[in-house]
Design a protein around this ligand. Sequence first.
Ligand SMILES: Cc1cc2nc3c(=O)[nH]c(=O)nc-3n(C[C@H](O)[C@H](O)[C@H](O)COP(=O)(O)O)c2cc1C
Ligand code: SF4
Length: 518
Amino acid sequence: MSVRIFVPKDAAALALGADRVARALSREIETRGIDATIVRNGSRGLHWLEPMVEVETPDGRVAYGPVKASDVASLLDAGLATGGSHPLCLGKTEDLPFLKSQTRLTFARCGIVDPLSLADYRAHDGLKGLEKALTMAPADVVAQVTESGLRGRGGAGFPTGIKWKTVLDTVDERKYIVCNADEGDSGTFADRMIMEGDPFVVIEGMAIAGLATLATKGFVYIRSEYPHAITTMTKAVEIARATGVLGPSVLGSGRTFDIEIRTGAGAYVCGEETALLNSLEGKRGIVRAKPPLPAHKGLFNRPTVINNVISLASVPVIMDKGAVYYKDFGMGRSRGTIPIQIAGNVKHGGLYEAAFGLTLGQIVDEVGGGTASGRPVKAVQVGGPLGAYFPRALFDTPFDYEAFAARDGLIGHAGITVFDDSADMLKQARFAMEFCAIESCGKCTPCRIGSTRGVETADKIAQGIEPEKNKALLADLCNTMKFGSLCALGGFTPYPVTSAMNHFPDDFRPAPLVEAAE
Ligand SMILES: Cc1cc2nc3c(=O)[nH]c(=O)nc-3n(C[C@H](O)[C@H](O)[C@H](O)COP(=O)(O)O)c2cc1C
Ligand code: SF4
């Protein structure tokens, strides 16, 4: 039987030369007459080892990485096709500590299956959740999702089941499921990785959401910066339609659900659910005032479930294995697992799915291995550009929505960005204000004007102009933005700013003035 060699087609691996590796491998295999098939899989999420090539052996998969095209000949000389030893050999994939210590529920198949093979998907428990949902009444599906404790992974952590129940209970002849794949947070990539590595799980999750709320049409709104995810999701939807997973009779049930892929145009605010709905309707991406909630009047004024990619991709395992199985993982009101995205100045960056409850210190020091530069960690920004900076003193904070909120932070989409001691936190605070000024949709004054004044005030502090007065002004401005903004772009920009000011006060002191005579 032909041996299967896996070379990721994930965007992170492609950026590091995976296509060149695949081409070199294909050429060498042909020249040497080796009976092997190259499978372009998703990433396993160990970014520092990409492109990570794997080969299937009777004992399981053996990994090699990071592999360059120029390594291919020597790898084949060393017996890559049978898991032979080589300086780049990492041993059995499943024994790699970064993978072994994870609890992969949502990402169970990512990197393992051929992303566009429905047969492979089925062989790895795919579609079991949808099959089960088809045997249940919509209200029972909603109850199972509610019982699991799943909360929205897009940022706000709102209980998914409660949102679905609102849509189910709102009577209308047409309802929609919208999958938010705008993934604008810096340092995050979980949505992209799952869309590229296991697209059918997103489709299955959306179909279950449709059955549960009586919606018959879904849209996936993907940012234009994700061309590979757009291609993979588009092909996966075509395959799902051609095989009856989607369409007028989902898996032969007589119930309808179909999906359309739409592309955003690169505005951070279009990740905000109401701006996203405007954008989907072909309007300018500007935030809508709430109420009405999208669950009552969303896309084209119809009841709409809008969920993050990971929220939807977590539903199939909940339906398949049960609410109790899922909620058994985690702590407090943060149930199940969370795909943490470790980025920035870190030795072992990548995707790490674990039950809620690991401390920030464990994630940064043990999983991430500290900084890539080898210098001490100074700060970690948790939750994207609107998340707070955590100093080492707060590294005992468990990854839990409430625990982070209690320390004036947020988990957001679970991206963490590591900074070493060369980071200047005043510059980071200024950057937060600048980001808000650039990305503001302009609808409300605290965000539109406040962010620009924030940049100016941070500049004055840096220049030593009335520093105490300007620090008080910056804090006051943050207070106005936090409580006066219409959405979380203006409302949460104060998190990085005030956390930088509170935890790193030394960076907000102007450098001593150098006397002209010196
Ligand atoms: C400025 C801004 C940007 C956002 N960007 C995203 C995003 O890229 N992806 C996402 O899923 N949610 C994003 N959100 C959160 C969404 O508004 C919304 O809460 C989410 O799509 C709901 O899905 P969930 O309940 O599954 O998390 C953003 C919110 C704000 C205020
Ligand atoms: S806070 Fe900013 S992005 Fe949000 S509605 Fe107001 S102006 Fe628009």
